[in-house]
Design a protein around this ligand. Structure first.
Ligand code: FAD
Length: 617
């Protein structure tokens, strides 16, 4: 170990840890990333894919702030698909299936080449304290490393228990030990801890699958990348197989339900409703005789196949029987059994909007430990916690994200004000302002903030400034030319004959009108680069809706500006119900907008808080 003193220590090299450590180092904090194994950095515990609906937005936002997940996923991508392609851009989600080995290799390289970031191997078992403040960590071998801020990103490892049927043993995920000593140590802080669970399917040997009986699903012909800096495919692309469960599969599962760890009463934790096990699906959707299963290759030089859609915690022999009842898998060899894992999480209402524990200064939490599920949710929290841990250590101001500027802001606000009752995952429906929070404009929303914070590197800042200039030039050109419907119709652009003069930006908002079409009216538009044309088309399409949203966002921002001090005395506020008082005391909202989103909050109660704030000004 070269140093024993850092500004920030990040514990855990999973998805939250990597983006936390990188963000911390990018803003100039001397950062240590300490994890159990070097080859555990960037491991995808479950499906070999990044992105999807809502999740793809998060990856784009991480990338807009120069985080690592997006560009690593682009380098490892072996199949790219834009989900919801036929729907509007606001709900489209970029997704890529990734080669696990390339993903790990590229992530490790990002960590090892990042200036100011040192990667260390070890198990953290204890914290060093300075009064009630965290001042560093102690490793299992007794070594002590000091730092003003510590970010804990231990995923499913805290007192993790793996279940297969009625068998269970301690583990952080398959092949890794659980972090039991650290779990016990966290008890001493008196944090509100709970138990959650999640599961993963068996892995299959692709050489034993009868591919010729299956449909194949290729990726998109025009891949949409995560990173605003990526311009082409890095590796060969592959197709997935598609098959289905059937009545026989369901019968085997139904007959053995009592032997499933999830159903047999062996697990206390709550599981993810949105990512159900096959046992769950058979019970909850009893009227369905078949469920789709995607057979996803785990890598280019790997025969392992991930059967997406059949995660399970049934005993090994039952897994074998039901998997072999599926078309194409009659003779398949299982290389690793599916399993469920239950683990400790910390109620995220104990955190503030920097993802720092209110009662333990200097300790930040990010990822699955906060009750979320998914790589993308973890990485986005990592970025927030790592950035703020660095700012805390370097004596700089807190950096927060708002529901009106990002999905990152939506997630942090949801977690810290509402808490979780099951593993939390992102959906576009969670965002009130989803017409403006699109994956395609994440850079316009967040890169300026990243540049101001010093979080964004020179290259991205340059690329972004060129893009902004091109967008501005295109916008000006469109808005500078006004035309009548008659002129448009003569140019072959069909709009209603209402006689109204419109500028070309407004005309672009009509369905099926493209910049290329408008080239007949304003020939200079043809020179606008293709990607800028597409972007301007989206802007025009959403402009009127977004203008309306902007008014709402403005009033939310005004509310958000009204900070509620941490020591605000809710108890002494006459007219507030006892239930609301106790909720407010527990959540300690940072501002009025957060208070407004607490379950059960009324306008009258908000008015009382506001009146007290005004009086105490
Ligand atoms: P992890 O990726 O788990 O990383 C934790 C890191 O902390 C590891 O590198 C570990 O080595 C390190 N660490 C732990 N303890 C210590 C210690 N004491 N000292 C030093 N280092 C330590 N997500 C989905 O979206 N859908 C799913 O269906 C799904 N299924 C899953 C099934 C299983 C069985 C598992 C294990 C996970 C599943 N996930 C799923 C969750 C997904 O893997 C996580 O959400 C994601 O990996 C969380 O990232 P993280 O960074 O919080 O933690």
């Amino acid at each position: 170990m070269k140093h024993t003193n850092f500004d920030v220590i990040v514990v855990g090299g999973g998805h939250a840890g990597c983006d936390a450590a990188h963000a911390s180092a990018r803003v100039g904090a001397r950062t240590a990333l300490i994890t159990l194994k070097l080859d555990g950095i960037g491991v995808m515990s479950c499906n070999p894919a990044i992105g999807g609906l809502g999740k793809g937005h998060l990856v784009r936002e991480i990338d807009a702030l120069d985080g690592v997940m997006g560009r690593v996923a682009d380098k490892a991508g072996i199949q790219f698909r834009l989900l919801n392609r036929r729907k509007g851009p606001a709900v489209q989600g970029p997704r890529a299936q990734a080669d696990r080995a390339i993903y790990r290799r590229e992530m490790l390289s990002e960590m090892q080449t990042c200036p100011g970031l040192e990667v260390l191997v070890g198990e953290i078992v204890d914290f060093l304290m300075d009064g009630n403040r965290v001042a560093g960590v102690r490793l299992a071998d007794g070594a002590e490393i000091r730092a003003n801020s510590v970010v804990l990103t231990t995923g499913t490892f805290l007192r993790g228990i793996i279940h297969i049927g009625d068998q269970h043993y301690s583990g952080g995920r398959m092949g890794d030990s659980a972090a039991n000593r650290l779990g016990d140590r966290l008890d001493d802080f008196g944090l509100p801890l709970g138990r959650l669970k999640t599961g993963t399917p068996p892995r299959l040997d692709g050489r034993t699958i009868d591919w010729k009986t299956l449909d194949l699903q290729p990726g998109d012909e025009d891949p949409v990348f995560f990173s605003f800096l990526s311009s082409g495919l890095a590796v060969r692309q592959v197709s997935c197989g598609v098959t289905h469960t059937n009545e026989k599969t369901h019968e085997i599962i139904r007959e053995n339900l009592s032997r499933s760890a999830m159903y047999g009463g062996h697990i206390d934790g709550v599981g993810p409703r949105y990512c159900p096990s096959i046992e769950d699906k058979v019970v909850r959707f009893a009227d369905k005789s078949s469920h789709q299963v995607f057979l996803e290759p785990e890598g280019l030089d790997d025969h392992t196949i991930y059967p997406n859609g059949i995660s399970t915690s049934l005993p090994a022999e039952v897994q074998e029987a039901y998997v072999r009842s599926i078309r194409g898998l009659e003779d398949v060899q299982i290389t690793q059994m599916g399993y469920a894992i239950e683990y400790d999480y910390v109620d995220p209402r104990a955190l503030d909007s920097r993802l720092s524990l209110r009662d333990v200064p200097g300790l930040f939490l990010a990822g699955q430990i906060n009750g979320t599920t998914g790589y993308e949710e973890a990485a986005a929290q990592g970025l927030v916690a790592g950035l703020n841990a660095a700012h805390h250590s370097l004596g700089r101001d807190a950096v927060t994200f708002s529901r009106s500027d990002s999905y990152i802001g939506v997630m942090v606000d949801d977690l810290t004000t509402r808490g979780v009752s099951e593993p939390y995952r992102m959906f576009t429906s969670r965002a009130e302002y989803r017409l403006s929070l699109r994956a395609d404009n994440a850079d316009q929303r967040l890169t300026p903030k990243g540049i101001e914070l010093g979080l964004v590197g020179k290259r991205r800042a340059e690329v972004f400034s060129v893009k902004l200039e091109a967008l501005e030039a295109g916008r000006t050109l469109l808005k500078s030319r006004s035309v009548s419907p008659k002129t448009l119709n003569e140019g072959g652009i069909k709009v209603g004959e209402d006689g109204k003069m419109r500028n070309l930006f407004e005309v672009l908002a009509f369905p099926n009108v493209s910049i290329e079409d408008l080239g007949t009216v304003e020939p200079d538009l043809i020179k606008v680069p293709q990607d800028i044309q597409t972007q301007l088309g989206r802007e025009a399409l959403y402009a009127t809706y977004i203008a309306r949203q902007a008014v709402d966002a403005q009033s939310l921002r005004k509310d958000e500006d009204r900070v509620i001090p941490d020591e605000f005395a809710y108890e002494g506020l006459d007219g507030l119900s006892n239930e609301l008082k106790s909720k407010l005391v527990r959540v300690r909202p940072a501002n009025l907008a957060q208070a407004g989103r607490i379950e059960g909050m009324t306008p009258a109660a908000l008015a009382l808080i506001l009146a007290r704030l005004n009086r105490e000004r």
